[in-house]
Design a protein around this ligand. Structure first.
Ligand SMILES: NC(=O)c1ccc[n+]([C@@H]2O[C@H](COP(=O)([O-])OP(=O)(O)OC[C@H]3O[C@@H](n4cnc5c(N)ncnc54)[C@H](O)[C@@H]3O)[C@@H](O)[C@H]2O)c1
Ligand SMILES: [Zn+2]
Length: 348
């Protein structure tokens, strides 16, 4: 069992990783007067019987991540007479975690919640750091709050029931941590990627520990996303644009991030930030994944349009987090004109 601490400005919480982590979540839940579980149909079918609390079961997937769902959940919380001393348990992937965290943050102006993430993406990324939210018809995560959980409890064994596509979805963020955070971890990933894809238990455990401690450290340095946390955006400037121009049907988020990282590494290389051998190392790891890497066929202007709307932009310039070597990144701002010029070079 590994325990990683997330240091916040006014308190701390822990991420517990390993066999038996869920028992600890249950022990934590005993300290509250009432517990309300939020999950989705798939996860409820597989693991719901391990929890005997009143619950709300969401429709699985991104479509359920709406204000309507949040309102229905909040109504149920009122109906079950949850108090300020009650706890919300989020059992599921990033969708469940984001919606449950949001409901926890607004119910009676905020009650405690605990994350029990069951997808690889949620275990390495979304369950840590306290960003909650729902989508609107105008865009993803437009309504949300910062509300840090009381704890994160990760049982790696639940990844064995995850569809392969969802494993790859999470691996996009895992590779990202190797490139933004730690040259030794990048080296480790290079050597163990196939075992990771096969979910070899020791490799999965080591990778979860590494990713969670990198994310914990970044969150500690920048709890409210005003600086350092930006580096988590590597691969996402282009990745988000690919998702948006294909109306979120062309790629999973992780696939779009994997492809985004390849082209952003290429951009770093073209700009002279990343040497050729560093680019080749990154490319080799990324191309282990069997994806359609070509993006030349996608509408260029629509891609630029999405990139220009990015929240992270500054003074009309597009923000890119670019690698200068595997394990180290820096921010680079490009004007739309500069972007247009470089784009042709990097996509051809
Ligand atoms: N809060 C943050 O900091 C943050 C960071 C990254 C992503 N996100 C959000 O996370 C969401 C994506 O999360 P996700 O990729 O986990 O998707 P998801 O929650 O939709 O889960 C993917 C699918 O896997 C199923 N599933 C979950 N656990 C399973 C298991 N153990 N076995 C079998 N099936 C299982 C789910 O029912 C669902 O169908 C997005 O909405 C994104 O905005 C939030
Ligand atoms: Zn992401």
């Amino acid at each position: 069992m590994e325990i990683i601490t997330v240091e916040l400005l006014d308190r701390q919480y822990t991420i517990t990783i390993g066999d038996g982590a869920w028992d600890q979540a249950l022990a934590c839940a005993e300290m509250y007067d009432k517990v309300f579980l939020i999950t989705d149909e798939n996860v409820a079918g597989l693991y719901g019987s391990q929890f005997s609390y009143p619950q709300y079961v969401m429709t699985p997937g991104e479509e359920g991540k709406t204000m309507e769902t949040a309102l229905a959940i909040l109504d149920e919380m009122v109906r079950h007479s949850l108090t300020r001393n009650s706890l919300v348990l989020a059992l599921g992937g990033g969708v469940v975690g984001d919606v449950a965290g949001f409901c926890g943050s607004v119910y009676m102006r905020g009650i405690d919640y605990v994350q029990i993430p069951t997808t690889l993406l949620a275990q390495v990324d979304s369950s840590i750091g306290g960003k909650t939210g729902v989508n609107t018809v105008y865009g993803k995560n437009l309504i949300g709050t910062f509300h840090q959980p009381q704890g994160v409890y990760i049982d790696p064994a639940v990844l064995n029931t995850l569809p392969k596509k969802e494993v790859v979805n999470g691996l996009g963020e895992v590779i990202k941590y190797g490139i933004i955070g730690d040259p030794d971890f990048f080296e480790y990933l290079k050597n163990h990627l196939h075992e990771l894809l096969e979910l070899k238990p020791q490799v999965v455990f080591d990778v979860l520990c590494q990713c969670c401690s990198i994310k914990a450290q970044i969150v500690a340095e920048d709890e409210k996303d005003q600086g350092e946390r930006k580096i988590l955006n590597f691969g996402h400037t282009i990745g988000h644009a690919l998702e948006a121009v294909t109306e979120y049907k062309g790629y999973t988020h992780g696939e779009a991030v994997l492809i985004g990282m390849l082209y952003e590494a290429r951009l770093a290389n073209a700009l002279g930030l990343l040497p050729g051998y560093g680019y080749e190392e990154i490319r080799e790891v990324l191309e282990t994944f069997d994806l359609n890497w070509s993006i030349q066929h996608l509408p260029e202007e629509a891609i630029f349009h999405v990139m220009m709307q990015d929240k992270k932009n500054c003074d009309g310039q597009i923000s890119f987090i670019l690698p200068i070597q595997p394990g180290q990144v820096q921010e680079m701002l490009l004007t739309p004109e500069q972007m247009r010029r470089w784009w042709r070079r990097i996509v051809s």
